[in-house]
Design a protein around this ligand. Structure first.
Ligand SMILES: C[S@@+](CC[C@H](N)C(=O)[O-])C[C@H]1O[C@@H](n2cnc3c(N)ncnc32)[C@H](O)[C@@H]1O
Length: 300
């Protein structure tokens, strides 16, 4: 090797070394900015850049939490939440204080065509606010719920001077087996957390008279998606494959079936959807509706 040939060789080696050092130093910065890394993608239209790897990890985290959740004793699930030490009444204090019960009662009377001589059942009646509002108007309404705490409050606030004395029963909605058969029923402001919906619809159907009607009021899945999209820092994660909302803080899994799923399960229980509404003002149901409200008839 001649000296004249050795000189450029050293220069090239030095330049290559500088290039390697520069790459190592700048690489993490380029990756963080994320604009060019091939394993990164936009996972939502909000434009957040989330690497595939961390998204997979995130999904695995949620599923592990689900496993833990399903292993929790029942008392720590919804029953606990609605129990004496649970936070339901506290968390909803303002909502319950501001709720217009007379408006709700008028809606139920009109939507279900309630008649005073018929027997009506409030499914998952809580502290009985709608039972009492309707009873004050002269309707014969009973309530059923699985929370001893809320049922005790419901019984305590019963007006004993009314003609029909409302009865309150303790039962899980999926195991309803009441002595009386009802002509009308409503499941208002429902919480479907940890509920086996097909089994529950069968049970509700068994407690209804043929030709009777049932109103189901639940959250609109499309509203929920919009909410979660706007409020990214929540304790909720939506599983689009299972149509379930996972409430990580309270350890609950909340199903969000869409109308065709409801129709299928209701048909299996001898029930048929007559009307689909999106709010308490009788507007038709759309993706933008605040609620999903079904008016259902027992056909068989
Ligand atoms: C959001 S609160 C609504 C209560 C009432 N409908 C109202 O509007 O005030 C939900 C109610 O469902 C009851 N609940 C939840 N899961 C239940 C189940 N599996 N069986 C019976 N009741 C249940 C709770 O105890 C609670 O009273």
């Amino acid at each position: 090797m001649t000296p004249s040939k050795q000189k450029p060789d050293l220069v090239y080696k030095f330049m290559a070394l500088i290039a390697v050092v520069a790459c190592i130093a700048l690489a993490p910065k380029c990756q963080k900015q994320g604009s060019t890394h091939p394993r990164q993608t936009r996972i939502n239209s909000g434009g957040d850049l989330v690497p595939y790897d961390s998204f997979d990890r995130y999904v695995r985290f949620v599923y592990n939490r689900r496993k833990e959740i399903s292993m929790q004793p029942k008392s720590k699930g919804t029953k606990y939440y609605y129990g004496k030490r649970g936070t339901y009444l506290r968390e909803h204090a303002q909502f319950l204080h501001e709720a217009n019960l007379e408006k709700d009662a008028s809606f139920l009377v009109k939507a279900l065509g309630l008649k005073k001589r018929q027997f009506t059942l409030d499914i998952a009646c809580g502290q009985g606010r709608h039972v009492h509002a309707l009873a004050r108007r002269g309707y014969s309404v009973d309530g059923v719920d699985f929370s001893d705490h809320l049922l005790a409050l419901a019984k305590k606030s019963t007006d004993k001077t009314l003609k029909h004395r409302s009865m309150f029963y303790r039962s899980d909605v999926s195991k309803l087996a009441l002595k009386k058969r009802y002509n009308r029923a409503y499941w208002f402001f429902s919480d479907l957390a940890n509920i086996n919906i097909p089994k529950t619809l069968m049970a509700i159907s068994r407690n209804l008279e043929v030709g009777g009607r049932f109103l189901l009021d639940t959250d609109n899945v499309f509203r929920l998606i919009r909410y979660l999209h706007k409020n990214k820092k929540t304790d909720f994660v939506f599983n689009a494959q299972r149509l379930e909302l996972v409430d990580v803080r309270h350890g609950l899994v909340i199903p969000y079936p869409v109308v065709p799923m409801w129709r299928e399960w209701l048909n299996q229980a001898g029930l048929r959807i007559e009307r689909v509404m999106g709010d308490y003002q009788f507007h038709p149901y759309t993706a933008l509706s605040p609620r999903l409200i079904l008016i259902i008839k027992k056909t068989a």
